[in-house]
Write a protein that binds this ligand. Structure first.
Ligand code: GTP
Ligand code: MG
Length: 199
């Protein structure tokens, strides 16, 4: 593949949703290709990065995986502030988690930026036998609120890469990463201290 004309961008992405919905599991599947049946509940938040190539652009996702436990709710603005994208996750077998997802959407609509790319993920799609929220219910809510919607499974990997690729495709094109030339540029003139020594 030719590297000429390749653009690089970075995008802060935040995951929000009820505890146990599968936020960490989705991130772990996407970043490391792993899944754990006994994934530990997140404390505070976790930070991971992953880079995707979409057409002529590489997108480096800077991912904040937040803790769903209610006692961490007040920390959330630190993580969604300045975010380019948000994934709101619920568990299709848990109606309460769907209600919680709607609350997050409302909070982001009130406080988030207007250009935020928002995705709704109905996770644990592999547990269809225990399903409480029909696909159409998630899809309709997403359509009404201008989010895009996918049912995912961190366990089987269904739609996990697709979710992040779709976000990458939807990001506005005007967020070039800072070119890292290895040079440090400064506004200040280089100090030319006259040394008293050595003449
Ligand atoms: N069957 C199934 N289980 C899943 C899936 N995703 C996550 N789990 C399980 O659900 C439990 C909770 O997953 P986590 O990824 O820790 O959920 P979380 O949203 O990060 O939870 P908090 O960190 O507490 O907010 C774990 O036992 C996972 O193994 C999935 O797609 N299918
Ligand atoms: Mg977690």
């Amino acid at each position: 593949m030719a590297t000429t004309g390749m653009n690089h961008m970075q995008a802060k992405l935040v995951l929000l949703g009820d505890m146990g919905a599968g936020k960490s599991s989705l991130v772990l599947r996407f970043v490391k290709g792993q899944f754990f049946d006994y994934q530990e509940s997140t404390i505070g938040a976790a930070f991971l990065t992953q880079t995707l190539a979409v057409n002529e652009t590489t997108v480096k996702f800077e991912i904040w995986d937040t803790a769903g436990q209610e006692r961490y709710h007040s920390l959330a603005p630190m993580y969604y502030r300045g975010a380019a994208a948000a994934i709101i996750v619920y568990d299709i077998t848990n109606a309460e988690s769907f209600a919680r997802a709607k609350k997050w959407v409302q909070e982001l609509q009130r406080q988030g930026n207007a250009n935020l790319v928002m995705a709704l993920a109905g996770n644990k799609a592999d547990l269809a036998a225990k399903r409480k929220i029909e696909t159409q219910e998630g899809q309709s809510y997403a359509d009404e609120n201008g989010l895009f919607f996918m049912e995912t499974s961190a366990k089987t990997a269904e739609n996990v890469n697709e979710l992040f690729y779709e976000i990458a495709r939807k990001l506005p094109k005007a967020q070039p990463a800072q070119q890292n030339t290895g040079m440090v540029l400064t506004d200040r003139p280089i100090e030319t201290k006259k040394s008293a020594c050595c003449n």
